[in-house]
Design a protein around this ligand. Structure first.
Ligand code: GDP
Length: 202
């Protein structure tokens, strides 16, 4: 898929205020600093479409970007920022579950995982939540350029093994990306493009 058009539409703190048209949407989510903004800018080939985070955890908003005037890329807030209170964590959880449970036009989520790190409980639990809620998702392993190919392959294999040890009977669909090098861009966009074609044909 070529990105011919990408525009910021709105930021919301409530699902009820999100765009009312029924265009298919794809939500990007992950821990703060995972590289979500960089990935969105890389995918859309726009330098500053998503704001790279200088203050992680501060902006708890749902951001809608209209792509090619026929689908939404949704930037959800980063989770797992350590320096927030329990109350704030609870509110955040509610905010996120509200989005996933109410947003009917959500087609699929992308859960971003930093390829350098060992599997983190917060990510594993979040993917389990998506699975239990029957929300389709793919994993995107980010920052692939930060590892040598062998180390990258080993980390991905370890991650897959951890998923299979846990709640998963099979490994969820996944992509490997580098925002610095553009890796994964075509695969992710073609994946979205193919689903959009299917939806339009139905
Ligand atoms: P966000 O908090 O998830 O939106 O993360 P950002 O996109 O702001 O990225 C966090 C940090 O990781 C920034 O310093 C980015 O420059 C860096 N970063 C993000 N993606 C990549 C990548 O693919 N490769 C490298 N080398 N650095 C990255």
């Amino acid at each position: 898929m070529q990105i011919k058009h990408a525009e910021f539409v709105m930021s919301n703190s409530k699902v009820a205020h999100c765009p009312k048209d029924r265009l298919p949407e794809y939500a990007f989510i992950g821990r703060s600093n995972v590289g979500k903004s960089s990935l969105i800018n890389m995918l859309t080939e726009r330098k500053n479409l998503a704001k790279t985070s200088s203050t992680p955890g501060k902006t708890q908003l749902i951001n809608h970007f209209l792509i090619n005037k026929n689908w939404y890329l949704v930037d959800l807030p980063g989770y797992g920022y350590a320096r927030v209170s329990k109350k704030a964590k609870k509110e955040f959880q509610k905010f996120i579950t509200d989005y996933f449970e109410k947003r009917e036009q959500l087609v699929s989520a992308f859960v971003l995982i930093d390829c350098r790190h060992d599997p983190q409980p917060i990510d594993l639990e979040f993917m389990e939540y998506l699975g239990e809620s029957q929300i389709p998702f793919s994993i995107i392993f980010t920052k692939a350029d930060k590892l040598k190919p062998q180390a990258l392959a080993r980390n991905i294999e370890d991650y897959k093994a951890k998923l299979l040890e846990g709640a998963w009977m099979e490994v969820p669909n996944y992509f490997i990306s580098s925002s610095s090098h553009g890796d994964g861009r075509d695969d992710i966009l073609n994946y979205i493009g193919d689903i959009n074609k299917q939806i339009a044909a139905d």
